[in-house]
Design a protein around this ligand. Structure first.
Ligand code: NAD
Length: 340
């Protein structure tokens, strides 16, 4: 391995995973991305081979490299397997979920949207502390759910958002909460957020929004937002909403970041309905790979990849089926290689 190469785990995943991963790896090679791929299995293939969707060798590889690009993994329904995403978040303490949203296909209702949602990934209501309580004769008459937000984690995620803003030339961070009703549970996030914001005064502006108002404004005037930071459940919902603004799942990349590891992936799943047909859109995974380049300090290469995507979509007018076009994965890949 050449000195400048960075070892990174590569999981091609299930369904459309192998098709879009092949496309992305080819494009990364073309720009000279400094990744030495450590191929590992995950998802259905891994269940057949190792009996687990995220087997030990894959986890060991991610732990060693601290960096991974992951294709979509099929989660078997009702087979008793724990969600792969939850497993990874817990294993590696991936507390920050980063979801950039940028209009690539021009001319729609949401042209020129460019914002980022930072979601807290390990606390909040997704701690899934839930159970039934009896009501009268019904032993399951009431469903009880609880969650927690720690002061330290609220501070950590808000600091992550501000640091991201500074590093990426973003001007404003919006703290999204529901502290008007959940005065303690959501209030602690707002309190810590305000404290952290003071440290960045003069460099990054800060404002606040109640989550329901934020949801409405994201569809009436998304341009007012720059970086949004929020707790787990709100971030889950808002980041899918913002993906919808700019062309849906095929255009939505994401990163899960912790102190010791960062995992980059498309937001979409394995799309079994179109697997093997050569029509999958590889752009979400390619955008995730572009984020990965920026993460390792190769903003130059990340910008080249982003520019190639812009060119192919905006100038050449290439569209896969999910974007209303006819272009297949291989043809789109060729167009991207040509644009580079
Ligand atoms: P999905 O995202 O796979 O598909 C939803 C719809 O979007 C489908 O019609 C699909 O054809 C389309 N689509 C998704 N990605 C596309 C792309 N790149 N190009 C073109 N069209 C695309 O969601 P699902 O069907 O609910 O889930 C399928 C499987 O994926 C499930 O087993 C689920 O658990 C898993 N999943 C994995 C991840 C992950 O690994 N990060 C995320 C979500 C779902």
């Amino acid at each position: 391995m050449a000195d400048h190469m960075i070892p990174a785990t590569l999981i091609e995943g299930d369904g459309i995973g192998p098709e879009i991963t092949a496309s992305v790896v080819e494009i990364l090679a073309k720009v000279g991305a400094p990744f030495a791929w450590d191929h590992q299995s995950g998802g259905l293939g891994a269940i057949e081979k190792f009996g687990a969707p995220l087997p030990q060798p894959t986890l060991d590889s991610i732990r060693k490299n601290g960096l991974a690009l992951k294709g979509p993994l099929t989660t078997p329904v009702g087979a008793g397997f724990k969600s792969v995403n939850v497993t990874m978040r817990q294993e590696f303490g991936l507390y920050a979920n980063l979801r950039p949203t940028r209009t690539v296909v021009p001319g729609g209702r949401f042209d020129k949207v460019d914002l980022v949602v930072v979601r807290e990934n390990i606390e909040g209501l997704y701690a899934a502390m839930e159970h039934y309580l009896p009501v009268g004769d019904d032993p399951k008459g009431l469903a009880y759910g609880a969650g927690f937000n720690s002061r330290s984690e609220c501070a950590r995620i808000v600091r992550f958002a501000f640091d991201y803003a500074v590093a990426n030339g973003r001007k404003k961070v919006t703290l999204v909460h529901k502290a008007n009703i959940l005065k303690i549970f959501s209030g602690i996030f707002l309190e810590e957020g305000r404290k952290i914001a003071k440290e960045y005064e003069g460099r990054v502006a800060c404002d606040e929004r109640i989550v329901d108002a934020c949801a409405m404004q994201l569809v009436t005037d998304p341009w007012q937002y720059d970086v949004i930071v929020t707790t787990n459940l709100f971030g889950d919902i808002l980041s899918d909403l913002t993906a919808g603004l700019v062309g849906g799942l095929g255009m939505a990349p994401g990163a899960n970041i912790g102190p010791d590891a960062a995992i980059f992936e498309a937001v979409h799943g394995s799309a079994p309905d179109i697997a093997g047909k050569g029509v999958a859109n590889p752009l979400a995974m390619l955008m995730a790979a572009s984020m990965m380049l920026a993460h390792v300090g190769r903003q130059d290469l990340s910008t080249r990849v982003d520019n190639a995507i812009d060119r192919v979509i905006r100038v050449d007018g290439v569209r896969t089926r999910d974007l209303g076009g006819e272009t297949g994965t291989a043809e789109l890949t060729r167009a991207l290689l040509a644009a580079l």
